[in-house]
Design a protein around this ligand. Structure first.
Ligand SMILES: NC(=O)c1ccc[n+]([C@@H]2O[C@H](COP(=O)([O-])OP(=O)(O)OC[C@H]3O[C@@H](n4cnc5c(N)ncnc54)[C@H](OP(=O)(O)O)[C@@H]3O)[C@@H](O)[C@H]2O)c1
Length: 255
């Protein structure tokens, strides 16, 4: 059977753990050539590379802090050197560094979350655009990993994070208007409660208890369940999916 991503070259940001790692592995399984970006988790990124290469994929690891434009330029230069062009970018890197209410937070906290979860996508997309334009493919895709928090306002102490994710969803719509002319589709993925290291870092309490009340399927999801959707969106099977949000949340109970 033809692999879904044969011939596609992709950059996946924050691909050392969680959803990004699962996406890198799924992309490799489906025949893509990939750049696995990481910032702090080198060992984990190497393991993702090893797994990707076990599928016969061309896979490289590159460290860059996505909030730092100079480092992102180096990431893109590396991708250019390896691939000349790309067809897929997954803006996945992001985190809720600490939970703080408006009363508790200060401007530095606010800016860090906006930078990490929103401005980062601007920096990586802006710098990657020439690589997309180098590709003659008629089906290219940028997939922005937003969050259900963009719609709900987020869990406890997540106002800055949720606001950034809302901005990312809007960025998707604006980019689709500009980039469709170049055969670049732009889509947001909105994960719900997904079990990854994110929740250890964010100190989320009782994820399964929360999911049992908030999710129609009454369970949290896993990174692979999100990665499969991202893989579909990156593929030409999704060639008419554009300028929209795809929820991967098990059915979020809004009422
Ligand atoms: N888990 C959920 O319930 C959930 C729900 C909705 C949306 N999301 C979103 O899904 C995305 C992936 O999160 P995850 O759940 O898979 O969590 P995760 O396992 O903690 O992954 C976060 C990834 O982002 C990377 N990262 C963080 N800061 C970075 C920086 N400055 N530069 C480059 N990379 C950076 C991390 O790399 P290093 O460790 O190498 O620094 C890691 O690979 C995030 O955007 C998150 O907001 C998650």
């Amino acid at each position: 059977m033809e692999k879904e991503l044969n011939g596609k070259k992709a950059i996946i940001t924050g691909a050392s753990t969680g959803i990004g790692a699962a996406t890198a592995i799924a992309f490799a399984r489906e025949g893509a050539s990939i750049i696995i970006n990481y910032n702090k988790s080198f060992e984990e990124a190497k393991k993702v590379q090893e797994k990707a290469r076990s599928y016969g994929a061309e896979a490289y690891v590159f460290k860059a802090d996505v909030t730092n434009e100079e480092e992102v330029k180096q990431l893109v230069e590396f991708a250019k050197d390896k691939f000349s062009s790309i067809e897929v970018l997954v803006n996945n890197a992001g985190d809720l560094l600490e939970r703080k209410s408006l009363i508790e937070m200060d401007l530095d906290y606010w800016k860090k979350h906006i930078d990490l979860n929103l401005t980062s996508a601007y920096i990586v997309t802006k710098n990657s655009l020439p690589l997309f334009l180098n590709s003659k493919s008629r089906d290219k895709a940028i997939i922005n990993i937003s969050s259900i928090a963009a719609i709900t306002g987020g869990g406890k102490g997540a106002a800055a994070y949720a606001t950034a994710k809302g901005g990312l969803k809007t960025f998707t719509k604006a980019l689709a208007k500009e980039l469709s002319a170049y055969n670049i589709r732009v889509v947001s993925v909105m994960p719900g409660l997904i079990i990854t290291p994110f929740h250890q870092k964010a100190k989320t309490e009782d994820i399964e208890g929360w999911a049992s009340k908030q999710v129609l399927l009454k369970r949290a999801g896993n990174a692979e369940e999100v990665a499969e959707v991202i893989t579909f969106l990156a593929s030409t099977r999704a060639s008419y999916v554009n300028s929209t949000e795809i929820f991967v949340d098990g059915g979020w109970i809004m009422g």
